[in-house]
Design a protein around this ligand. Structure first.
Ligand code: M6R
Length: 607
């Protein structure tokens, strides 16, 4: 969480930094700030709240200068306020820093620095960094940053400027994302690629403990021992337009509507005549023989995609799976051996808990397979096998296209492992890959019904509670739909396995309660029909998502949506789209900030 940017070049830094921050606002929006060097001074502007508040300040007090750093904050230490906003400076104002991460030993460092005469003005952990660099400064900013970093515990990516060395911008990374953008006579740092896409698509991916010294016309990278590192230029193939709203009201809406293309991009080049090709998934038949268990670990929506993936792999590859959220996994002493395959899913590839789970598993000898959307992300770099979702940048905090492409990737993995074990015939492979190819159309069909979904949302947006029920894969879809509803519309929603209704939850149903039923699976359809009758009899307003072959039951419910008939295992992909749209319209009707829901940030890079 938190986004940092930095610029050194010949252009005025202010607008470049603000533009970069606006692309990172999904990472946190408690405050924003800039520090720009000009005429032997570092001038700082910072403001509580969204970047637009900072822009209002800059309208009356603009910053001039061609070297600067910027920050958008998700508060960890210290309440959201002007004072706690970044950048933070040393007492003499010589050094300014922006930081993403947490300095775990900041209290000890602060105490020591106060005793040495440093004056602190904020409650943040970050302020110690500025003072510490200042303490170590002896005419060489690089050495001071490197010395300070040796004393910092925790995770961080940091951007530093000093008025004593205005020809440099220094960046350092440890367990928090940071990239360097390479321009012509100008260079950039950023927490994520969209922040620099308008300027360059050539980047360096910094590794942990690397320090980059950016000058206008060159970038030099050092390892933790101060040795120069030869970095490879990484060319980003995302289009700058992908990180813009492109005529939609919200990024979430745009990303929902991009899903037919996203799913097609996930499939492109991977389905061959009689096999599937999975880029950097290099597990062989022999490797698989040596794997006796699979763990699936992820957070939030990625975890929900993992739930569906568990069913796929158990069905097609017949390997027993344990699935756990990363925040639980890392503290519960899971049984991991060198025969364990850990599958992690992460849109951002930077989620702290998921990274910690990988660390634990690798130390115990496990092999790690990552499904992620961000090429070169920390998780991609830690994994032994990688499958990219190829969904394009996802900016809205609520994950949509990342989810459906993760589900498609999980099907790929299941089929691949099943093939290696000789469990998936040529015919089955063709049936499933054809269904995957076809599902872009089913997703489009869901999007085409968005007006009706909106109308149902408009009829019910003032409800306090909503429930979602399903069985098997449909239950997993409900879990994801429920997360979408609560995170962006703030309506309390819960998902239940429909078979559990009679064991308690049905007591919640009363006149007017909204119940969304997902019933795409043939083997449980009749059971769900009975559940529909049970909740209807108690006054529920029911919205149903089912396959077209069951169109005749439309009259049993208040609103029905039908997916053109599809293989049951692929049905979760179009089914969730109705729920995403419903959550979206609910949030809009309730006047919520759809793309930046309260208290949340897109990338959870701290614990
Ligand atoms: O980047 P990741 O996929 O690792 O993020 C995991 C969760 O933080 C994320 O899915 C979160 O739950 C979304 N806000 C859900 O829409």
């Amino acid at each position: 969480m938190c986004g940092i940017v930095g610029y050194i070049g010949n252009e005025q830094a202010q607008d470049i930094l603000i533009n970069g921050l606006s692309k990172l606002e999904y990472r946190g929006y408690d405050s924003a700030g800039l520090a720009v060097y000009d005429n032997d001074e570092i001038n700082v502007r910072k403001k509580k709240g969204r970047i637009k508040n900072l822009v209002e300040v800059l309208d009356t007090q603009p910053l001039t200068g061609t070297l600067g750093i910027g920050h958008t904050r998700w508060a960890t230490h210290g309440e959201p306020s002007d004072l706690n906003a970044h950048p933070h400076t040393s007492s003499d104002g010589d050094i300014a820093v922006v930081h993403n991460g947490i300095i775990e030993n900041y209290l000890d460092l602060k105490e020591m620095l106060i005793k040495e005469g440093h004056r602190f003005i904020s409650d943040t952990d970050t302020e110690v960094i500025a003072h510490l660099i200042n303490k170590h400064y002896d005419g060489d900013l690089l050495k001071a940053v490197q010395a300070a970093s040796k004393e910092l515990g925790g995770s961080y990516s940091i951007g530093v400027i000093s008025k004593k060395e205005p020809d440099k911008l220094i960046a350092i990374r440890k367990n928090s994302p940071l990239i360097v953008g390479l321009g012509e006579n100008e260079n950039y740092i950023a927490s994520d690629i969209p922040a620099i896409l308008n300027h360059t698509r050539d980047i360096y991916l910094l590794d942990n403990d690397e320090t980059a010294v950016l000058e206008k016309d060159k970038v030099t990278v050092y390892d933790e021992n101060g040795k120069e590192v030869g970095k490879q230029v990484f060319h980003v193939n995302w289009d700058p337009g992908d990180a813009e709203k492109g005529g939609y009201d919200h990024f979430m809406q745009k990303e929902i509507f991009e899903q037919p293309r996203a799913i097609a991009d996930t499939l492109t080049g991977r389905i061959l005549d009689d096999s599937i090709r999975l880029d950097d998934v290099v597990i062989t038949k022999e490797d698989l023989e040596n794997i006796d268990r699979i763990h699936i670990v992820a957070c939030g929506t990625a975890y929900n995609a993992g739930l569906i993936g568990k069913s796929f792999i158990e069905k097609y590859a017949q390997v027993p799976i344990d699935i756990e959220t990363a925040s639980e996994y890392r503290y519960k002493d899971p049984i991991i051996t060198d025969k364990t395959l850990l599958i992690v899913l992460s849109q951002s590839g930077e989620t702290a808990d998921t990274l910690a789970a990988i660390d634990i598993a690798k130390k115990a000898g496990a092999r790690v397979l990552a499904i992620t959307n961000v090429v070169g992300s920390s998780i991609a770099r830690e994994a032994d096998d990688i499958l990219y979702t190829n969904a394009g940048p996802e900016i809205a905090v609520a994950s949509t296209k990342a989810y459906i492409t993760q589900v498609a990737c999980m099907m790929f993995i299941a089929l691949h492992l099943g093939r290696l074990k000789g469990l998936v015939s040529d015919e089955k492979l063709k049936e499933m890959t054809d269904a995957l190819i076809d599902c872009s159309k089913q997703v489009q069909n869901a999007l085409d019904q968005s007006e009706d979904i909106k109308n149902f949302a408009m009829d019910h947006f003032s409800k306090d509670d909503m429930f979602l029920i399903g069985r098997g894969l449909d239950y997993s879809t409900c879990i994801e739909g429920s997360l979408k509803i609560k995170e962006i519309s703030y309506v309390h929603s819960e998902s239940f396995s429909a078979g559990e209704l009679k064991h308690g939850p049905i007591a919640l149903i009363e006149d007017g309660t909204v119940v969304i039923v997902v019933a795409t699976q043939e083997k449980t359809f009749d059971k769900l029909l009975s559940n529909i009758k049970e909740v209807k009899a108690r006054g529920a307003h029911v919205m149903l998502i089912a396959q077209e072959k069951h169109k005749d039951i439309a009259s049993e419910v208040d609103q029905a949506f039908f997916i053109p008939n599809i293989n049951d295992d692929i049905a979760p992909i179009p089914a969730v789209v109705y729920l995403q749209l419903f959550a979206y319209f609910l949030a809009v009707a309730r006047g919520c900030d759809v793309d930046k829901p309260r208290n949340l940030a897109k990338s959870v890079t701290v614990e």
